[in-house]
Design a protein around this ligand. Sequence first.
Ligand code: SAM
Length: 686
Amino acid sequence: MIKNAHIHFNHLGTPVADQFDDVYFSNDDGLAESHYVFYQQNHIPQRLQNHDRNHFTIAETGFGTGLNFLNTWQHFAAYLDRQHAELEVQNQHDLSGKKTDKKSVNRLHFISFEKFPIKRDDLAQALKAWPNLNEYSEQLIAQYPINLAGCHRLEFAGGKLILDLYFGDVQDSIDTMSYPSEGVVDAWYLDGFAPSKNPDMWQQSLFNKMRAISRANATLATFTAAGFVRRGLIEAGFSMSKAKGYGKKREMLIGELTEPNEQQSGPAYFAHQQSELSNVAVIGGGIASSSVLYSLAKRGLKATLFCQDEALAMGASHNVQGAVYPHLQAKNSPHSEMFAHSFLYAMRLYQQLLDDGFDYPHQWCGVLQHAVKQGLADKHQNLADKALWPAELMRNVSAEEGDEIAGVDTGYSGVFFAKGGWVNPPALVKALFNAANSLSATTNNKMDSHFNCHIEKLEKTADGWLLHTKEQTFGPFSDVINCAGEHSDQFSQTRALPVVGVRGQVSHVQASEQSKRLKTVLCHKGYFTPEYQGHHCMGATFEKNSKSREVKEQDNHTNREQLLNFYPNCEFATTLGEITAAKAAVRCTFIDHLPMAGEWAEQSDYVSAFANLRLGKRYQYQTLTKPQQGLHVLTGFGARGLCSAPLCAENLIACLNNEPRPFSERVSQAIHPARFIVRDLIRNKI
Ligand code: SAM
């Protein structure tokens, strides 16, 4: 569990950490010192204008009040304005940077590590000292994460500024990270408390880990001039020198990594390689494809959607009301980690859409999971005993409290997800698509889309991927992202995808006076939503190995029976009216109940490259020859795409674009497309 910082404000109004007895920033114009020591001594202004790629990554040890982050943001925003004006003059509107010779940066990643996050109210109080930063600090405070360990990806400035805020000890956090062999960090702000007060932040083991995630030519700057820090960083591989300190301070340290990195997280068979992403085809029409289009558009990358239906969200995303909440276990598993962080990211994204004027029906009314069976009551008790999850994410509630939240009498205890609720999935998918479209319209890479367009065949040529319908051929594309849900295995190249289709039917039932009192989404074995337009959604059935989207009368009956079975004496359930409509869909899942996001390599190539897995993990492997480079899958979200698709899409594009990744290495492996083939090789089954 993450513990907050205990802070007080000294007589000059500077925040002081009680645990460390040290100030968060200098009493003597902390903002100017932050700017000089970290921003200028890392030469950020010059490097933004002349970099080897169009995104730049800063990492910081110790987020504290976020002052360094906010200062960097303010200057980056001014830089973006200047760049925009310059580009207008030169008539070079392409902000993606892919087509212009000028290698100027147009996206900034800021990674920061924090073991003891400041409470939100304290943060607001501390940042009042900098009225010039108000515009930025207000947005930071609005998105400031809850006390959950791991990486919180926050996005600002239309996705041009990303903050990956890791809660937890800096060393533990770096150990969890997923990164490519060339590293990800271009500049370091070393801003722990003074080495004498905060020795953990100045250890050799940390310096070595910093090196592992640094790119060649990464720089570092720190306020301290301590000899052991300088020597330790030299030992880790940085060339170090002294610079003039800020104000009255005599010296500070700066450094640079002059050698390239060659260490990647995780084994070769779970690696993610960079892809070209110059012209991406996305196949699908649900929450996965809208999410990935949005991630591409934020980066100014060219994308074209191919949807076999006449409109978006005709597949598994087509219910009237879909519940949004994470699936959390009573253990710190990759599964829980993926859902917890994906949920928080999705909720921030969905709020951002609303703030940006992309509306959709929704209610952030929470989701209450009732202990309707002994097995569920035991599970909930286990969750309470393990106490892994912060109460803002999930909390156990007694029957009394649960009924108070729900506004109806049920007598069931349960667990409550206060930040969850319901959305209208088709409208949400469209809102996300429209947001991606309008983001892409600000670049030269306007998104394209083709509806009623059934792709029958994928063909890899020397120029890229061709997509064939019966009558037409599209392409070539540098990359194809297959988000086709239950149809993801329809192409000859993806036939081996072990997709499991599960049919589900949701019934729309007329509300009664009593049922209208329901104030939150209820989950039992299925779910039941608060009234919307005179109806509730009630469902869903669960039928494996059926691909039919036909509505069945019997399933409506089953849905009502199930509700009455769990709530036989509850007025909200017994007074419901007619079932007036229903929707059936086939959700795409995998047997481990996790989605899939990553490159889909030629399977025979995988088997031969990693054949030695049959002998044990320590043997040498060949490398993949990758005949299918550029073909990716993003699918298998089951009934939980609203929760998990946006961050899975973001992680996929981050991997393919060699950027910092929001998912940890273990989550990345858990959702890797090669996981089943690797498992079968290890078990000697293939
Ligand atoms: N950069 C911050 C700012 O702009 O406000 C100030 C950082 S303050 C000097 C140092 C921060 O490091 C504190 O917030 C502290 O909680 C954090 N910290 C200390 N030990 C840590 C550790 N082992 N892992 C991660 N963060 C740590």
